[in-house]
Design a protein around this ligand. Sequence first.
Ligand code: NI
Length: 257
Amino acid sequence: MELIDTHCHLTFEQLADDVQAVVTRSIAAGVVGWLTVGTDPQQNRKAIELADKFENMYASVGIHPHDAKDLTADTLTELKELAQSEKVVAIGETGLDFHYNLSPQPDQKRAFVAQLTIAKQLNLPVIIHCREAFDQTMEILDRHGHGLKAVVFHCFSGSAEQAKIVLDYGFYISFTGVVTFKNAELTRRAAKIVPADRLMLETDCPYMSPEPMRKQKINEPALMIHTAKYLAELKGMDLADFANAVTATSKTFFGLP
Ligand code: NI
């Protein structure tokens, strides 16, 4: 089995000190590729540095909605430069988070639109973070999303109805270990309607270890195998067939070899 963790934060302090061990455990578990996702200027630089050190590790660069308030013209210029590094395969994560509102909503919207523009200019796919802002996110994508190479809603936690809207736009959906949680019935219903050729897997580690490992405080890519098993069973698919299908989807989406 050769799974790809399409959204992890290996540069975050919980994991950064021992990435070699994290990678070794991941490969042993069948998770053999990683996309370490940038969230602010410092993390973007670290993500590229790290990806440069490992085979099958890639990076994305973006400004998380939490950090949108700090976005300047210089930050955007640097983001665009970094996005042209060899190992960078996507813009993000970007989007709207109206749950925490750590940045004012107008700042979040401005940063989101600016990053969509860069993604279009460089023909890179976009990783969307959307929390309690589904309608507003779709409105921005409706207005500014034309000409984007590809779009994925990461850590999807919406309803089946929302998943259908996302799929109707031609976008992709990726699931974390959250789908294995007892109280995630809504997310499970959404996962059932997402076909494997539009579905990707991720850990979003160091956060949110999947069941039955939820007690492991620091999540890591090796644990993604539990999410893969869970979703294969939910969809009534053989694990190997499901894994092959979502890996093919991930490679196509991010243009990986
Ligand atoms: Ni993330």
